[in-house]
Ligand binder design. Structure first.
Ligand code: ADP
Ligand code: MG
Ligand code: ZN
Length: 614
């Protein structure tokens, strides 16, 4: 990390001046309040009789005859170490010597020295100022560190602490990003532009100033931005949106200004604003008062993006997983007008990502990556990287020095369902319920056409709270789901509860997750996929944040909403009845498989099919 502090010297000097003025005032006040005698530093003239009283009181410590000026100079001590200087005129008095001796006063003709003017200045001015400077340095350094900046020079209040990563430090290339071929294609043009901007300016073409990477968390947006910088061999300025949001109003805007100033000096280069939604939210939804700081920062960003010369070779990349919340002004032409989707990887993408991360790990030669990729549908790049790492950790725990297929399989489950809970003690009855529940799912799935084959059933509890689960893995990448498949899926989800009802005549709380998923799917069928007769192809719900959980908001009247609810119940009920029917028909298999699972705790898809087809 290079911390560039060559610029904004003016601002720095200004703040130093303010700082010194404040120090002077504080020191003056302290001097006046705490050390009046020292600061006054003068010789008080008193009458002779007063002098004698002070001698008698034992206050005088030293006295001397100043023949030249015809006076006595003496020093008093108030007992607390505070000395004061006095003088008095000479009065013919023979008893003075005895008196002085009696009171232990040192006397002679040498005039007691006051602290020299120089030491006084040092004591009262230089030392306190030095102390303040040291404190100031420590404080500002501490504050900079807290703001996420590096060890910058002292007193850089208001300086942007944008981290500058040199290209050698990103060290990331497109090869490190697997799967996201479309995104890489879109970014290749930007890389080319940074390599030879002349080629583009010669023909008069302007490249977009900014590109927005949008996609769910962990799909490699940050990684891609770094890869662009790495491929183009240009400096990479990266800052997270949250770093702009500061304690003080106006600081965020100052940071934006500084960031672009630095970028302009280092052009060609890449400026990357991660999590831009923190500052780029729509401005109109702030309610009363709004958020001044954020708005100022955003306005500054818009101004800067308009202001700088696109031909210089500064490309601004930004990433977000909430594109719908961004202010439209950010997305208009000339700003982030290019949107590059970075989606969750498909089957091939997942396999490629697993292989990229497996490169740094010692792997068994016959590891089947495509099997793992098939079992991890919906996983993001970050989760896949995590799976490889968990597998490596497991291999170490097992005392091996390379990773086997089973490590990967186990870590897939760990990432999906949490760690095995070895110490969870289920009563024999509970275990039996779980076994029937899981076999219920598996049987309903197996007896329906067009549902993904069962690959594993287990009743070992997991830290996520799952007491058991049935894993179904598709053979290939699925892009579409038919209405029948959706209905089958709901039936499979109700299969667990159905088995409990049939065998034990009562139900448990264990089906909450199934219920949630079944409801969600049934609802989506009606409100978003147009799969009900009643509503035909009318969109009743819109997804509000497609990359973060896909919350949907209703866009229909209350009456319609009530009708939707009834339809959802109907769909689920129908599926539930279907599941019960399937299980009733295969009662003997249900018992046989459940007994087998109870005994083994974990069975594979093959074992399951073998017993089923016997
Ligand atoms: P995002 O910014 O989209 O939330 P990141 O770029 O921070 O995600 O990804 C986090 C980590 O996940 C990366 O450091 C990398 O190890 C891994 N990763 C994510 N996507 C990919 C990918 N397409 N190829 C390889 N690794 C990936
Ligand atoms: Mg990121
Ligand atoms: Zn279940």
């Amino acid at each position: 990390m290079i911390d560039d502090s060559s610029n904004d010297g003016n601002k720095q000097q200004k703040s130093i001046i303010y700082y010194y003025v404040i120090i002077m005032i504080v020191v003056m006040l302290l001097n006046a309040l705490l050390f009046p005698s020292v600061s006054q530093n003068r010789v008080t003239e008193v009458g002779y009789s007063e002098f004698l009283t002070m001698v008698d009181d034992g206050k005088v410590t030293e006295a001397a005859m100043d023949q030249q000026n015809n006076q006595i100079v003496f020093v008093t001590d108030d007992g607390n170490g505070n000395t004061a200087y006095y003088k008095t005129g000479i009065f013919p008095d023979d008893s003075l010597i005895d008196r002085l001796r009696e009171n232990n006063v040192k006397f002679g003709s040498e005039i007691p020295k006051q602290n020299s003017l120089l030491t006084n200045i040092i004591l009262t001015w230089v030392v306190p100022i030095l102390i303040f400077i040291v404190i100031g340095q420590l404080l500002s350094r501490f504050m900079l560190k807290k703001m996420g900046g590096g060890l910058g020079p002292a007193m850089t209040f208001g300086k942007a602490n944008a981290k500058i990563y040199a290209e050698t430090e990103t060290g990331v290339t497109f090869d490190d990003v697997a799967g996201e071929e479309e995104s890489k294609d879109a970014l290749t043009e930007i890389v080319d532009f940074l390599h030879n901007p002349d080629k583009y300016s010669a023909i008069g073409a302007k490249l977009p100033k900014g590109a927005l990477l949008v996609g769910p968390p962990g799909t490699g947006k940050t990684l891609l931005a770094k890869a662009v910088a790495g491929e183009a061999h240009v400096p990479f300025f990266s800052i997270s949106g949250s770093e702009f949001v500061e304690m003080f109003v106006g600081m965020g805007a100052a940071k934006v200004r500084d960031l672009f100033k630095q970028a302009n000096e280092k052009a060609p280069c890449i400026v990357f604003i991660d999590e831009i939604d923190t500052i780029g939210k729509k401005r109109d939804n702030g309610g009363i008062g709004g958020n001044d700081e954020r708005e100022q920062t955003l306005n500054q960003l818009l101004t800067e993006m308009d202001g700088f010369d696109g031909r210089k070779g500064v490309v601004i990349l930004a990433a977000t997983n909430r594109p719908e919340s961004l202010d439209p002004a950010l997305l208009r032409p000339g700003r982030f007008d290019r949107r590059i989707p970075v989606e969750l990887p498909d089957l091939n993408g997942r396999e490629a990502i697993l292989k990229v991360h497996a490169k740094n790990v010692k792997m068994d030669i016959d590891v089947d990556y495509s099997a793992i990729a098939r079992a991890t549908s919906g996983a993001s790049g970050a989760e896949l990287a995590n799976i490889v790492n968990e597998a490596a950790l497991r291999a170490v725990r097992m005392g091996r020095n390379f990773v086997k297929q089973e490590d990967l399989e186990e870590s897939v489950e760990t990432v999906i369902a949490g760690y095995q809970r070895k110490n969870a003690v289920l009563s024999p009855h509970e275990k039996k319920v779980v076994a029937y529940h899981e076999i219920g799912h598996a049987l309903v799935a197996a007896k329906q056409s067009a549902s993904a084959p069962v690959t594993k059933i287990t009743i070992i509890p997991r830290t996520s709270g799952a007491l058991g689960y049935t894993m179904q893995v598709d053979d290939g990448q699925r892009y579409l789901m038919t209405k029948e498949e959706a209905e089958n899926k709901i039936a499979t989800l109700t299969g667990g509860r159905s088995a409990e009802e049939l065998i034990f005549g009562s139900v448990t709380t264990g089906a909450s997750n199934d219920i949630e998923q079944a409801t969600k799917l049934a609802r989506a069928m009606i409100t978003r996929y147009g799969m009900s007769k009643e509503f035909d192809m009318v969109a009743l719900e819109t997804v509000t944040n497609q990359y973060l959980g896909g919350d949907a908001s209703l866009a229909c009247s209350a009456d319609t909403s009530a009708m939707i609810d009834r339809e959802v119940v109907e769909v689920v009920k129908k599926a539930h009845e279907k599941a019960i029917g399937i299980l009733k028909e295969n009662m003997d298999k249900l018992h046989e498989l459940a007994d087998y699972l109870l005994e083994k705790e974990t069975i594979t898809g093959e074992e399951f099919m073998e017993i089923l087809n016997k």
